[in-house]
Design a protein around this ligand. Structure first.
Ligand SMILES: [Zn+2]
Length: 131
């Protein structure tokens, strides 16, 4: 099971068709993200279309899309960054089983792989820089 590096993209107008680290072309990859919400005592798995750089093993998800899903799930109008934490990805087979059976008998984090690193990037005049 792959362990990815992860970047939660807060820039609505940046789609990252190029990797912010190596500037290589990214691909589109759909996979389940494991979202831990301590305050709400919930763990969500969201099958999400992400951008992916094979070279950096970097997965990029749009923050506004993830937050929209969480808000819809909780039935609230707003959430803060402190309320959730995207911990890793879930094995696709486990995700399908969970979706079919409505839960996991093995426990909520069964099949989850935590991210290797979480990266942040900021826009500088010369391009994207790690923060
Ligand atoms: Zn890259």
């Amino acid at each position: 099971m792959d362990k990815y590096n992860f970047f939660l993209n807060p820039y609505i107008d940046a789609s990252f068709t190029k990797c912010p680290k190596c500037e290589g072309k990214t691909k589109v990859k759909k996979l389940p993200l494991t979202i831990i919400m301590d305050k709400h005592k919930r763990i969500l798995n969201l099958n999400k279309t992400c951008k992916y750089c094979h070279y950096c093993n970097l997965l990029i998800a749009d923050k506004d899309e993830v937050e929209l899903f969480i808000k819809q799930f909780l039935g609230v109008n707003a959430i803060t960054e402190k309320e959730y934490f995207i911990a890793g990805t879930l094995d696709r087979k486990v995700y399908r089983k969970m979706a079919k059976e409505g839960g996991l008998s093995e426990g909520p984090l069964h099949g989850a792989s935590f991210f290797k690193n979480v990266w942040e990037f900021t826009m500088q005049p010369s391009g994207w820089h790690p923060r």
